[in-house]
Design a protein. Sequence first.
Length: 292
Amino acid sequence: MFHNFLIFERGKKWAIPSFVWAFAFFQGLNAKPEIEVKTDLVYATKDKLDLKLDAYLPVGSKARPSVLVIHGGGWRFGSKRQLAKYASGLAGRGFNAFAINYRLAPKYKHPAQIEDCRDAVRWIKKNSDQYGGDPNRIGALGYSAGAQLACMLAVTGQQPGENEVGTNILVAVGGGTPCEFMSIPAKNKTLAYWLGGSRQEAPKAYREASPLEHLDKGDSPIFFFHGETDFLVGMSGAKKMSDKMKKLGIDTHFHPIKEAGHFRAIFNSKAIGASFDFLEKHLKKTVRKQKR
């Protein structure tokens, strides 16, 4: 049985059957011969639930940068298999790619999803030797809800503590990114299933979940791509965030896709290729070191 989820855009509610997401995203991709795929690796256990990822690993002994791949689905649907083609493509270009599952709303509300993404970053860093990765070169890529989470990692990186691995990443890519929720009408409950109420009822959650609200000059570069006719997640928020990043001196690029809506943009090979180039720029040629 298929369900609907709602996305808010410009004061309207949009109901989209979840099977559209299942069709629109890339399912069940067979890996290239030179790529090793390890499935269902447990990266954390929360609420007695094992959180799993699939690792797409290039063959070779050289230490490689890693990219966390985060699926969309309105924070309430989806799986690590949805962006399998992205993960395989990244591995084909010499990245370790880790596609994750995370806890979903409405059972698990914000900030469960970003907490799980941070745990995934910690797992990648802790297990870098085992999978041929460089713990100092980690990025994130996501689409839609996954893009919001990838951007949150870029702007809310946590420094390592005495007994805690940090969650800093060097770069992020967001496709169809919801960047801010503070413009949603105060009494609108479209996102209550995820944020716990309307903006009037849960203002802190709406602010905390908005990547734009966290942005400062010390944050990591972000590449945005967005369909110009995306009526589910309008591109104004991502464009606004990219413009602000430029003013702060942070490397960023906004790649609009003509005549593409939310689901068509995910297939745009030019945008995907440009986003991979941006990841390479910051992960394969970087001299910046992270603290673990």
